[in-house]
Design a protein around this ligand. Sequence first.
Ligand code: SF4
Length: 422
Amino acid sequence: MTAGCPSAPAPVLRERGQHEVFCGLTSIIWLHRKMQDAFFLVVGSRTCAHLLQSAAGVMIFAEPRFGTAILEESDLAGMADAQDEIDREVARLLSRRSDIRQLFLVGSCPSEVIKLDLAKAAERLDEKFAPQVRVLNFSGSGIETTFTEGEDACLAALAPRLPASDKRQLLVLGALPDVVEDQMRGLLAEIGIPEVAVLPARRAGDDPAIGPHTRFALAQPFLGDTKAALERRGARHIAAPFPFGEEGTTAWLTAVAAEFGIPAERVEAVTAAPRARARKAVAAAREMLDGKSIFFFPDSQLEVPLARFLARECGMRPVEVGTPYLHRGILGPDLELLGDGPRLSEGQDVERQLDRLRADRPELTVCGLGLANPLEAEGLATKWAIELVFTPVHFYEQAGDLAGLFARPLRRRALLTPEAAA
Ligand code: SF4
């Protein structure tokens, strides 16, 4: 155990052992929905293809915007052949699909893929297909990424390619469902910030321009590399708690507003009605959550802001908050609000963490799919971390749904074991 920095709320348990999380390819599922003219070509194995298909569910659309170029050992008799094969695959795809404006070559784990220079392939293809199609690469490999880091790798690859601008402007970073993004734009416009750039944009042509007068706020806490890439372009980060729940959303909006010289009173006046709606919606779930203990395994990197929301707005008692990376430059304001109560852990040694879980016997455990079933069999209520990134959970209008996601498994368990609810 090592002590954190002086302002740290509590010592942090740092673990580097076996971990059980999905890989970054999972991010493609929400990225392809958001980036409507992008195609994600995974260069990988059959396992990667299966993961994508099962994570996406049954693909009901005829022309999906992601696919897998499967490389087998035999394809790699010579690396030149593999590069030619990628070129052929991409040429075939782009000749068929004139709607594609940006193509991402996505790396994966198999050793044969690791040996391939995908950056070189992307560069070559980018030149060949410019300006109609932009070709970039990033890694979604499970060796390098957890499931939300795929988005970070994708956006960090985009950041150096964004046009330059000297304009003073707000940029919001992180893929939000369109309906949530529109709500956010509405709130910011009412506060007095009518022009908001977002990354990722819905289409390549709407890419934000970046420069020293860009101020950016994160909508997702797992974008550390993208944050660094934007800072290298001179943009400045607005530190704030994440917009989960009434308090988090108000604090986020207030921090953004302050950066643009807009007083907190204006934010309060504009948000009075949605705040009241959020409070009311959260109160409905709070009945089930109040006083209940919760344990987070490290999965989505959303753990710290969610624990803050559940503790402060829903009355829950976080006992351990595990997160893959504890990025204080990003999570500082949430850590401060979370306070000294819960044990913080960074990274994972799954066996040791399971021992602590069994000693704590929390009323709710947030974990990956692989752990959920065995823990349910041990009589513990679980919540799948992955649902938290597939469900709209940001800002006021989703606060009730967010609390409801945690109330549901507790309600189900109470029905299964009525004595547990007593
Ligand atoms: S990238 Fe790696 S971890 Fe992810 S599905 Fe492919 S082989 Fe598995």
